[in-house]
Design a protein around this ligand. Sequence first.
Ligand SMILES: Nc1ncnc2c1ncn2[C@@H]1O[C@H](COP(=O)(O)OP(=O)(O)OP(=O)(O)O)[C@@H](O)[C@H]1O
Length: 702
Amino acid sequence: MPRLAIAKSFLTGYANLEKTVRKSVDEAISRFEHHTFAGLHLEKLQGAEDPNVRTIRIDGGRRGIVLKPETGDVYCLIAVMEHDAAIKYAKSRKFSVHQKLGVLEVRDATALAQVRPALDALAQAQPERLFAEYDDGELINLGLDAEVLPIVRLLTSEDHLVALESMLPQPQYLALVALASGMSAQEAWEEICQLLPDSSPPEDVDTSDLVKAMERSPGDVVFVSGPDELAQMLAHPFALWRVFLHPAQRRLARRPSYNGPVQVTGGAGTGKTVTALHRASHLAEQGEPVLVTTFTTTLAETLARQLDLLVDDPEVRGRIEVINIDKLAYRIVKKANGHSPKIAGSAEIQVLWNIAITETDAPFSAAFLHREWEQVILAQDLLGREAYLGCVRRGRGKQLSPEQRKKAWAAISRFLELLAGTHARTHMQIAAEAARILSAEALPRYRHIIVDESQDLYPAQWRILRAAVAVGPNDLFIVGDPHQRIYDHRVSLKSLGISVTGRSHKLKLSYRTTAEILNWAVRLLGVEPVAGLDDAQDSLAGYRSSLHGRRPAVRGFSDRSSELDALVEQIRAWLDAGVEPHAIGVATRFVSGVGKIEQALAGAGISTASLAASESAQESVRVGTMHRMKGLEFRCVAVIGADAEALPAAFALTEKDEDPTAHAHDLQRERCLFFVAGTRARDALYVSYTGQPSPFLPDHST
Ligand SMILES: Nc1ncnc2c1ncn2[C@@H]1O[C@H](COP(=O)(O)OP(=O)(O)OP(=O)(O)O)[C@@H](O)[C@H]1O
């Protein structure tokens, strides 16, 4: 019985076609199916590198490219292209089986042959070779084949290797990149084993069995189970993530069971959210209710929409509840108290702190005391003076003498009295109360909780989650990136009863951002290591992208109005190039700057909407603060006002004299904020400043 398979490259190309053309493709596929793949329309090509590659007529101007292995009765749709490009592509590509991993690979055999004389000439002029320290045996053990090996032997620099990226079979290229980056052969091997669905290589690889290789490559090829699945795929061609998970993502998401909490970290755009969504779907398919939570309402809404897209079965979807963490806390407290908690505003809180400080004659700033309260007292749920005086002030840099602690306590407890008098509470207090309510319940409310954007959750919020889910297999699936931490706290999951030891995983391949943007943005983070959630340091080692585009543009201006004029010009250029308005995001550090950007764009007739606007505002460019960029994604991003005064923002920094550790944390957070904004861009990033540039900007650092 013939089987139809779809390659990721096909769906990518299909997504970029106009609707009418897609219809022709649909018809061609259906004709193809109705003829039970009899090969009626399949054409062989003269002079093709690979005899298994055929083409099929789509319409007058386009052809589809099909891989039809000699054995196995499988037809795999590889791409759809304009006629001439399709013929060129089909003739030049060669599909093969990776000798060690057994996965499917494709190379541009024609381009490799063409580039060889140039590499030969370069090699003649330069005696040193990039991979001289590895003998052939070592390279062959990594799966380099007889066609690739001699070419690799000619390489003299890493730049030349990178230039071959689009020609070489991906798994072989990855092994070479790993070696070139300084990994040992063993480490490179472990790296490429990530490409396997179960990360253990097959004992025997039959290099002639292309169908088996396809089955081992679910990140690149899927077998279509029937017309419904095909229709779903073609209906959502942009949502490649629904169907093609990277093997590393798939292993994490579809693993039958974990013994306890799991943590998945990874740089921006590495598909952590995608993995979390697939995990939720997987658990719900087992018949269990699942809670998915994240930081803000906007992010929760996005997750809910993505789940609607991912989970076809309404019964399975019905088992997954999505709610942001503040709302969850609020709901728990409201139900327990029988009325809605009132939330205190930040201006009101500031006034109360000032009163408390004056009344108690406390030698601390309001900011210091507020942090002390949130990060020590609420974080550990310390319920009285003695508990505070005797506690370990984890994560706080400034030492306090016993006398100072007493003074701090006096001011904080006065503040709490004043706050209680207003009958309002902060989100953190509500979280702490919700955690207390849940801890007192005999039975936890949930079996499985999935947490996205976990780097920004506060300890009190973690305590809610710990108390809400029964300790046991698959209790917590936590995804986040400590390099994107933009709020003020440090968490030790272990101290909160959440141990991820032995169940901590990292994703490394960015699906969103081009290598050019990513390499630039990583430098915004500086050189200080970043603290993870599990008491260890986190690193972005191995974080990479195989997407390519232009380097970010950075422009400086002498006054703000010229900077805004240039922004308008840039947005116009993107719109003229066909970028949809809602796929453009503009961010700046201060709320006051947002209004100025909106005005400038409105003055040029460009409609704007907030970053949190619903998808329906298609005709508006999105504008907002850098904080609101968290978790979002745009084709083009402009970061405006990247000035020395704005990044870092003075008000966000604790005085170094007051608390050097807090000062260092604050600086790092400002860097992370810039990193988050920059890494929202898929294709293009534009950054501008007025006056002195931010010291975080690469090449402007002090
Ligand atoms: N396997 C995949 N195939 C295709 N696209 C993918 C895949 N995984 C993720 N993506 C896409 O990459 C982009 C980033 O994914 P996602 O939002 O899950 O990353 P993230 O790690 O959560 O990012 P961030 O930390 O920046 O919020 C999205 O557009 C997503 O659809």
